[in-house]
Design a protein around this ligand. Structure first.
Ligand code: APR
Ligand code: PHB
Length: 389
């Protein structure tokens, strides 16, 4: 088999890239290790920056997002019972859209299907060969049968645990990592959200976040210990702890109910450099991870897709490799800023096991500054709604 771009991974990065390329007449094959149902079963953050919305529009996949997504003009930040609001639209002219990553991924799968796009599910043993030369190809097995695809380029969109990053020799690769000393316990419940905007809560018992998927489906998180397991937390214990971490009036009106999903996620910051090796390009979680505070995971994946898509279009339509040559640096320039924001927002909102009384004072005074200073709020809002591509 031969195609122009082999895309490894059928998560949001791979699907969006494939759909965008197709609209410009560039052919790709997506190789996904799992089934479509498995990919759509993952629950991930759902806050979309304007840039990602623009890409979904360009991909012809934004109708449902515009119909069902919820425009959020701001967010609440609380500290104990004190609470203040950061108005994104007033400060930056741009809101964000709350729309589940699962729904966005489903829209992309539907679009690929409608366009007759080639996606192979349940592939195993994906191996990248010749990426540093002129004849890149990918081998894999499906149902026990060995296959090979020759191509011009390979996009490694296979997430943090994929094979693409590992295909880049260690002598070329530098990895930067920070692991946080806590996790997030999250639940999904068929209850109305406690408030019509998100609430990021700093409390002396640890961080909490009130989020949502729609007017009948809520997503809540609490900071937990890395040694906790989901079975340690009954729904009742979760709700009780959440109520203790958010301002009293919010706790009073919180509607509780049975959880329909409950999981624990560790928090990590991670970047690998460079994001290109010969004809292999890394995109999204394959190249970087952010802690979820600020919901930058999907949005950073989208900016990578934007730069790579632009570079590939330049290559195929104008015969210029300027865009693909600049890909790694362009993508990383923006990634590091999103890494900084996610790290900063995480540091501001969580309790750290080793935090000294001085560290705590610093956190409280920073929160106080954010509450009262328009420049600080503007900087926060600019980062939250997404820095320009
Ligand atoms: N071969 C083929 N597919 C693979 C392989 C492999 N060896 N390894 C992983 N995959 C698939 C996974 O099954 C997954 O469906 O690659 C896909 C990667 O998808 P994501 O992990 O969702 O990564 P990405 O598309 O970059 O999306 C970034 O998703 O992980 C969140 O926080 C992240 O929101 C962000 C977004
Ligand atoms: C979510 O809704 O899952 C969510 C929202 C905002 C975040 C993180 C997660 O910062």
């Amino acid at each position: 088999m031969k195609t122009q771009v082999v895309i490894i991974g059928g998560g949001p990065s791979g699907l969006l890239l494939s759909q965008l390329l197709d609209r410009r007449g560039i052919e790709s094959v997506v190789l996904e290790r799992k089934t479509k149902e498995y990919v759509l079963g993952r629950i991930r953050a759902g806050v979309l920056e304007r840039g990602l919305v623009g890409l979904m529009e360009e991909a012809g996949c934004a109708d449902r997002l515009h119909a069902e997504g919820i425009v959020h003009d701001g967010t609440l930040v609380s500290h104990g019972d004190d609470m203040f609001r950061i108005d994104f639209t007033e400060l930056t002219g741009t809101p964000v859209i709350v729309y589940g990553q699962t729904e966005l991924t489903r829209d992309l799968y539907d679009a690929r299907k409608e366009a007759g796009g080639s996606i192979e599910f349940e592939v195993d043993d994906v191996t990248i060969l010749g990426a540093d030369g002129d004849a890149p190809h990918v081998t894999y097995t499906v149902g026990g049968e060995a296959r090979r695809i020759d191509c011009d380029f390979i996009a490694g969109c296979d997430g943090f645990h994929g094979v693409s990053r590992q295909a880049i020799p260690l002598s070329v690769r530098t990895e930067y990592e920070k692991v946080y000393p806590f996790g997030w316990l999250g639940i999904l419940s068929e209850t109305p959200p406690v408030h019509d905007e998100l609430i990021y809560a700093n409390s002396e018992r640890g961080f909490a976040l009130c989020s949502m998927r729609n007017s009948k489906l809520s997503r809540y998180y609490i900071q937990c210990s890395l040694s906790d397991s989901v079975n340690d937390w009954t729904d009742e214990a979760f709700w009780q702890e959440l109520k203790r971490r958010i301002p009293g009036p919010m706790a009073d009106k919180l509607v509780t109910g049975p959880s329909i999903e409950k999981s624990i996620a560790p928090l990590r910051s991670f970047v690998t450099e460079p994001m290109r090796w010969g004809r292999l390009f890394l995109c999204g979680d394959a190249a970087h991870i952010v802690p979820p505070t600020g919901a930058k995971g999907l949005n950073t994946a989208a900016s990578d897709v934007h730069y790579l898509y632009e570079g590939l279009c330049e290559f195929y339509k104008a015969g210029s490799s300027t865009g693909i040559d600049a890909y790694s640096q362009r993508a990383l320039n923006r990634i590091w800023k999103a890494e900084r924001f996610s790290w900063w927002f995480s540091s501001l909102m969580h309790r750290y096991p080793e935090q000294s009384s001085f560290d705590l004072k610093m956190q409280i005074s920073e929160l106080d500054f954010l509450r009262s200073n328009k420049a600080a709020q503007t900087a926060m809002a600019q980062n939250y709604v997404g820095l320009p591509y």
